[in-house]
Each structure stands twice: as structure tokens, then as C-alpha cells.
Ligand binder design. Structure first.
Ligand code: DGL
Length: 270
């Protein structure tokens, strides 16, 4: 892999939820150029088949490779669980791929040995069993209790959080018996940092609520440092592409990126 520090970081998600990861990356690595791709034409990924998500992910990866990305971050749990291994094979030496699952599994290994931890995410992520498999492989006596919470991503996208409706839906899900006795909760969907506070309040702030955006940014920084790929340039450029533009997606960027960003259209299929 022969990359130069000045190449951009590619980040992709099914839509705009992955902007939570992009935001964490920009905060930790302010000198890096970022190219974000949200596959708004095909969201949500959470209830798509593995094969469909793999096909979309390959197309997006082609776009990011053409734009010269040195690293590609899969800022979506559904795509990380369905397409990470395939993308690694596909990209080979052309870029380094980082998913949102492995950095979280490493973090859980350090902090939850012998404990019981919960996980909420889309149907695709939960049914894939990828977290169960990777956490079992650690042999760290960690009990993982998972629950698919498919209403949460669309709820957040519609701006329903910190209100009565979101409280109701969140408490219904978190009261599910399958999550009983947990001592921490993994937010295995890049939309969920927006409801982290509400979730924490549900547990009366008694347990850590783990959001992958920060651990992924830290994993990326480590990779860049070890491989001497950090961009020393002080004037970074950021581009945000979507496969289907609507005004409402653009307005929602304010929620996920904490500021309004301009979305450029880039169709995956013509
Ligand atoms: N951001 C996606 C994830 O992390 C969830 C949204 C979707 O279903 O597309 O899984």
C-alpha cells in the first residue's frame, strides 16, 4: 500500500447517520480531507439483504477509490456487518478499510471482561450475529444480549428525539426482557448517538452507553500514525455526496454533523 498523507479519508453510510462518525473524525483529525458518501437512494440498509448491501457498498467504494481515498471508513453497522470482509478483499492494497464494529469490540474487551453487555441496532446488524461472533472469539467471558430496534433510525431521522414519543419508544425497547441485567449498552447504529442522553437517562446514568463514533475516530488516528499517513496540511477540504438529494436530507445534516453541510449529488447507477 503506497499512499500519501495528503490523500483524503473516505467515509460512507446508508444515509446521513454516518455523519456522527464523520463529525468525530473531523474533531479528532482536523487536518484531514474528508469525502463523505451517504447512499440516500437506498436507505435504510437495516432491513435490506446482505447481497443488496454488498452491491451498494462495492459501488460506493469504487467512487471513493476514484476520488483517491487512502482509508475508507464504513460508518454504518449494517454495511460493516454485511460487507466488510468482501470490501477488504475487493480493495486489497488500494486503500485501508476500517469498520465500526472491530474498534468497539476491542473497547468492550478492555472494559467489560466477565460482564454482561447489551446491544441495540438494526435488524441486519443484530441478525448477522457479527458482534456475538467477535465477542465470543475474545474468550473474555462477556455475555452479549442483543435486540433489534428498527424504529429508532427512522424516528431519529424524522427529528423525533428528546420528546415524549421518543421517550416512549426508547423505554418500550429498553424494557425488553432480552436486555435484562446488562451493565452497559452498545449503540450499534450510527444514528443512535443522537439519543444517547435519553438512553442514559432511562438507565438513570448507571451504566456506560457506548457509541462507536469516538472509538472509530481513535482507531483511524492510530492507523494513520502507525503508517505515517497523517495529513500535515492545515487547510482541509470536506465534500459530502449523496446518491439522491432532497432538501430534507440536507436540513438533517445539522442534527448529525452539528452544522448544516452542502450535499452534492452523485448517482451510483445512471
Ligand atoms: N446507519 C445505519 C447503521 O449504522 C442504520 C440506518 C439504516 O438502516 O440504514 O446501521
Amino acid at each position: 500500500m503506497n499512499h500519501s498523507p495528503s490523500q483524503p479519508i473516505g467515509i460512507f453510510d446508508s444515509g446521513i447517520g454516518g455523519l456522527t462518525v464523520a463529525h468525530a473524525i473531523r474533531s479528532l483529525l482536523p487536518s484531514e480531507d474528508i469525502i463523505y458518501f451517504g447512499d440516500t437512494a437506498h436507505l435504510p440498509y437495516g432491513d435490506k439483504s446482505e447481497a443488496a448491501i454488498q452491491a451498494y457498498s462495492i459501488k460506493i467504494t469504487d467512487v471513493l477509490l476514484k476520488k483517491g481515498c487512502k482509508v475508507i471508513v464504513i460508518a454504518c453497522n449494517s454495511a460493516s456487518s454485511a460487507a466488510y470482509e468482501l470490501l477488504k478483499e475487493y480493495v486489497r492494497k488500494d486503500a485501508h478499510i476500517i469498520n465500526v464494529i472491530d474498534p468497539m469490540v476491542d473497547f468492550v474487551n478492555e472494559s467489560f471482561k466477565g460482564k454482561s453487555i447489551g446491544l441495540i441496532g438494526t435488524k441486519r446488524t443484530v441478525q448477522s450475529g457479527v458482534y456475538d461472533r467477535k465477542i465470543t472469539e475474545l474468550k473474555a467471558s462477556i455475555t452479549l444480549k442483543t435486540l433489534a430496534t428498527p424504529l429508532l433510525a427512522p424516528m431519529i431521522e424524522e427529528g423525533f428525539f428528546n420528546n415524549q414519543i421518543s421517550h416512549e419508544i426508547i423505554s418500550q425497547y429498553l424494557s425488553d426482557e432480552s436486555l435484562s441485567g446488562i451493565e452497559g449498552l452498545i449503540l450499534a447504529c450510527t444514528h443512535y448517538p443522537l439519543i444517547k442522553k435519553e438512553i442514559s437517562t432511562f438507565y438513570q446514568n448507571a451504566y456506560p452507553i457506548l457509541d462507536s463514533s469516538e472509538v472509530v475516530a481513535v482507531a483511524l488516528k492510530k492507523y494513520l500514525e502507525i503508517n505515517r499517513l497523517e495529513n500535515p496540511n492545515g487547510t482541509p477540504s470536506h465534500h459530502f455526496f449523496v446518491s439522491d438529494f432532497t432538501q430534507s436530507f440536507e436540513s438533517s445534516t445539522r442534527l448529525f454533523f452539528r452544522e448544516l453541510v452542502h450535499l452534492e449529488t452523485h448517482r451510483l447507477w445512471n
